[in-house]
Design a protein. Sequence first.
Length: 396
Amino acid sequence: PTALAAASLLSFGSSAPELIISMFGAVSAQTELSIPAVLTSALIAFAAIPPMVVFSVGTIKLHVMEVARDAVCYAGALMFFIFVNSQKEIGGAQAALLVAIYVAYLGIVAKTSAAERKESADIEDGKTQEDAESTGSRSTASTNTLAQAAGLPSCTSGALTTTSAAASSANLAEPLLCPEEEKDGGDDEEEVGPVLAALQKPFEVAFSQTVPEQAVAAFALSLGWLCALSYGALVCAANLAEVWGLSPSTAGVTLLAWGGQLPDAIAAVALAKAGMPDAAISQAIASQVINVTIGLGAPLLTYTFISGKPTITEKSGTVNIIAMAVLASIVVYLVSMAPDASSWRAWRNGQSLASTITKGRATSLAVCFVCLYVGSVVLGEVRYARHVFYHDVLNV
């Protein structure tokens, strides 16, 4: 089914950078850098991407069930991770439960998607019958409008004679055309600016010279490039944090998180502009469920399986602060998605439950994001400075 493909294959593709960063972070004992990056990507998805979409295309209308389902599933997985991360160590069983939550999420997607497809089919059948009944009246009204504009008698019987129809067509065809729109309508490709083109060029050359045309080999080489670039981003973020005197969590919250989520933000805006706001929001949210379950559970499970030791959760306070900020953003996100009274009435009449996200709601969500994001960075730096003071100055 399409929903399962979106929740698994497509979401894996979208989450690949975060998954690889989380894996390398666990292997290289840099979880204080990688885990905040994974969690902050969710903060961006819930509280920053929806306002970006609304500010780009205006008010949007969403089907509530799908977007709320993914948010609630993520919140459940995140609360379990907070509980696990608050312990002294994370064992293999706890990490395996995180992975199992993702499997349960796929089952929920399959079940709810089947119900949504049935509901959509019923609604579509109703619309088709309604459209068929109203076609005659709309055709008569539009025909009378054309006839009056051409100086012809109005049609009261529902159809013009052949001569009248031909005359109205001949008189009105030319003014109704828009040559400028027809000329520019086919050119939908956006030109890349010189700065972006210059930044892309080295990668385009490297990829064209190393990635073959054969499908399997191309996939393997592309995955290799993705692993190399993700590990490079992790190393660069760690070095920059050390040079600039930042805490590892701040480097993950800023450098790594935005690097992973900018493509999702751009894709969300593009989908919304193409008339698919539901897909724009859900593709950004669904990938986060993978991040918090597979992205955090699988590396911890692998580490325990290889080393035979549980993961020691030192300095987990900062991670839990960021996780609580994400939970708060989910609450505000769900409130902003709440349907109004007319939507509930339509739902009781058998229509799909929908929510209208206005610019006012989007602004509230954006303000929430700024407060939570800045607060997470500040608290992380305060905790890091206190740790450095006690460890390096007082030798405690």
